[in-house]
Design a protein around this ligand. Structure first.
Ligand code: HDD
Length: 714
């Protein structure tokens, strides 16, 4: 019997991809389905009054409240202690359950880890996405690195890949981490800014740490403002190792690539959403999962045998470097699907705790100095956040049985029978498990050297890959990156900071440095600090990650409709978009009934608008459609909010569809001089180079997605 089946025999679910859900059920209470008659104290006595503190009172007077009221004290005291320390970084997050499986055993040549080689398994996972800088209550769409932490509940124990959406990191050595975090977090004197790296201290620090220059390129690129958590890559970042049955060791990088492609906001959209809908990303994840559009990622590995370690012009243990795919191709070996949101945020998302040191047999560490330090830091931080028994919390406990001689500590849940809590013991209980029976075996690595505070020679080069990344971007991505750095340096008011950073940029690219220096009042260089090698590499630009077939799956499409819109047209469009996997939202002058042409306002059957014009913004949607209808188009044209909506969507390069009179409205709203946006006289669909799709009439159910073939980011 497998270890997990044994552990879960109470629920009799066995090892399925839902085994963790079954495990959590042991601690889950459904108030709708409990024998409890109503509210009780924590010690189980029913409460008759939850609103009035016990008082010494007479007649109609209100006397003093009595300390004796332990029921009131319990209620208030429990409330007083509801918060735990938020994560020192990555405090803002959201999470979901799912499963992981490999396609086949092709990775067996590298590792004996069953989770990576046994295709009959579907390993339950829990994933937490996060931003880095902001506190728990900060906005989702800030420019920042996104955390992408995956906990695999394997039969051999928990394995955590605590990764980010960017494949590299700011620093090479873990000892620098507290400085990096202090520098990026709000400044100590005024606790400003929230959820932003646009301030003196951050740019001062990275300006004095040239090893951060590559990471700065990534964070200032569109990767720093993902459209959705479902549309970003994930990376283990550090170099790990795999070991196979022949006792061979390989260096490895882990990569998640989303099925829907990699997409981002434009900066203006992201900025506005911070205020308009600060929960945009977490709601987006929830909406997709609840609609059954389960986010999916392919899981890839880049593998190097030990013999190739020194073959590269960078050190493969340096976390500020990618392994270019031309030199080390990605092998996709499996996939992960997220299919269930949490039941309650705090016990699951807030209490989940990851550790880079959590690996299972067949997977190990390398000498990557960032990873080595992380292996200390994560376990340590969980003790201060959750207490020493944090691994007993339902979301963190492994699915396989866990027995050992660890005992006691605050909030111990387990009760272990027996007289023995040490090894060796006279009864031979709780013996260590030999390697051949599944005990973790460290790879026998030869270690020698001088004890010194240094990093290897190849760790000293910092600009080559920053250039590689910059050179590999598409022109629009370069433009976005320049705007982002321009924005951030403009928010630094200390000339020492922004002037110095423009000097750093000149090591990456002369034109980039010149343009930004001009913009922000930096030092305009008259010659490059070093030549740009001109090399490019694949899979760095997001444009290399469009889905194989253009898709509108899970895209949010707003249909703006005032009274008098063309009803059958809207029905047909909604049906076609739904068939393509998009969600449509009818936005009208009021929530509730909006009346198509032919129906009297207030009397007809109407169509239900999901929202009203004032309550939503174009930033909350990927695309918009204006149907035909004379009165409707005339009303839209009079509404400043709608005119702004359309202009804004146009400015953000969103896909816009318009039909009949809707076309005229869009043309006038966007005031597009010289742009021909006349509807064709028939149902011919015309796509302008601006991404606006127009037609004279729309009466046939279009092929799914026909109207929205243009990828938003183009
Ligand atoms: Fe870290 C949290 C990712 C370097 C120390 N880190 C944390 C989380 C992610 C990462 C995704 C949030 C986990 C969650 O959702 O609970 N960190 C990374 C990546 C790094 C990295 C990809 C570079 C490769 N981190 C790093 C270093 C150190 C830490 C070098 C310390 C020396 N990280 C922490 C931490 C946190 C953390 C302080 C805060 C909360 C937590 O661990 O659980 O220990």
């Amino acid at each position: 019997m497998s270890r997990i089946v044994e552990a879960l025999k109470e629920t009799a679910t066995g090892i399925t991809n839902t085994a963790k859900i079954a495990d959590l059920q042991r601690n889950t209470i459904d108030p709708a389905n409990t024998p409890a008659k109503g509210q009780a104290t924590d010690f189980g006595v029913y409460i008759s009054d939850t609103d009035n503190w016990l008082k010494a009172t007479e007649g109609t007077t209100t006397g003093p409240s009595l300390l004796e009221d332990h029921i009131a004290r319990e209620k208030v005291s429990r409330f007083d202690h509801e918060r735990i320390p938020e994560r020192v970084i990555h405090a803002r997050g959201t999470g979901a359950h799912g499963y992981f499986k490999v396609y086949d055993d092709r990775a067996a040549k590298y590792t004996h880890a069953k989770v990576l080689t046994d295709a009959s398994r579907e390993t339950p996972v829990f994933v937490r996405f996060s931003t880095v800088q902001g506190p728990r209550g900060s906005a989702d769409t800030v420019r920042d690195v996104r955390g992408f932490a995956v906990k695999f509940y394997t039969e051999e124990g928990n394995w955590d890949i605590v990764g980010n959406d960017i494949p590299i990191f700011f620093i090479q050595d873990a000892m620098k981490f507290p400085d990096l975090v202090h520098a990026v977090k709000p400044e100590p004197h005024n606790d400003v800014p929230t959820g932003q790296s646009a301030h003196n201290n951050f740019w001062d620090y990275v300006g004095l740490q040239p090893e951060a220059s590559h990471m700065i390129m990534w964070v200032m690129s569109d990767r720093g403002i993902p459209r959705s958590l479902r549309m970003m890559q994930g990376f283990g970042v550090n170099t790990w190792t795999l070991h196979n049955d022949k006792n061979e060791r390989f260096f490895v990088k882990f990569i998640w690539t989303p099925e829907l492609g990699v997409h981002s906001f434009v900066w203006d959209e992201a900025l506005k959403l911070c205020g308009q809908d600060p929960d945009f990303h977490r709601k987006d994840l929830q909406e997709a999962i609840e609609n059954g559009a389960y986010p999916k990622w392919k899981f890839g590995i880049q593998v190097l045998p030990e013999s190739r370690e020194h073959e590269f012009d960078f050190d493969i243990l340096d976390a500020t470097k990618v392994w270019p795919v031309e030199q080390v191709p990605i092998e996709y070996i499996g996939e992960m699907v997220l299919n269930r949101m949490v039941d309650e945020y705090f016990p699951e998302v807030e209490q989940v705790a990851f550790c880079t040191s959590h690996v299972v047999p067949g997977i190990g560490f390398s000498d990557d100095p960032l990873l080595q330090g992380r292996n200390f830091s994560y376990f340590d931080t969980q003790i201060s956040r959750l207490g020493i028994n944090w691994q007993e919390l339902p979301i963190n406990r492994p699915l396989c049985p866990v027995l050992n001689n660890h005992r006691d500590g605050k909030s111990r849940h387990k009760i272990t029978k027996g007289t023995i809590n040490y090894w060796p013991n006279r009864k031979g209980v709780l013996a260590p498990v030999p390697h051949h029976q599944g005990g973790y075996a460290e790879y026998a690595q030869k270690v020698e050297g001088m004890k010194q505070r240094v990093r290897g020679a190849k760790f000293q080069e910092h600009y080559s890959q920053a250039q590689l990344f910059y050179n590999s971007l598409a022109p629009h991505e370069k433009a976005h990156l320049k705007n982002a750095i321009g924005f951030e340096l403009d928010h630094c008011d200390d000339p020492d900071v922004y002037k110095h950073y423009t000097k750093i940029l000149n090591n990456v690219d002369f034109d980039l440095a010149k343009e930004i220096a001009h913009k922000v009042g930096g030092i305009v260089p008259d010659a490059p600090a070093r030549p740009n090698h001109g090399k490019t590499s694949a899979l760095l630009s997001q444009t290399d990650f469009m889905p194989d077939e253009p898709t509108i799956k899970t895209r949010r499409i707003a249909i703006l409709a005032a009274d008098g819109f063309n009803g059958p047209e809207v029905l047909a469009i909604r049906a076609a978009l739904k068939a393509g996997g998009a969600t449509t939202w009818l936005i009208g002058p009021r929530r509730g009934k909006v009346y198509p042409a032919g129906q009297k306002v207030g009397e007809g059957e109407g169509m239900t608008a999901d929202h009203h014009f004032e309550a939503q913004r174009s930033t909350m949607f990927d695309a918009l459609i204006i149907p035909s209808g004379t009165e409707h188009a005339a009303s839209l044209a009079k509404d400043g909010r709608i005119v702004h909506w359309v202009r804004e969507a146009f400015g953000h390069c969103k896909a816009i569809g318009a039909i009949g009179e809707g076309v005229t409205f869009i043309r006038d709203a966007c005031a597009l001089p010289g742009v021909e946006l006349q509807p064709a006289p028939n149902s011919e669909v015309v796509l302008s180079s601006y991404g606006v799709v127009t037609t004279g009439k729309y009466d046939a159910p279009a092929a799914p997605g026909e109207l929205f073939k243009i990828a938003k980011s183009e």
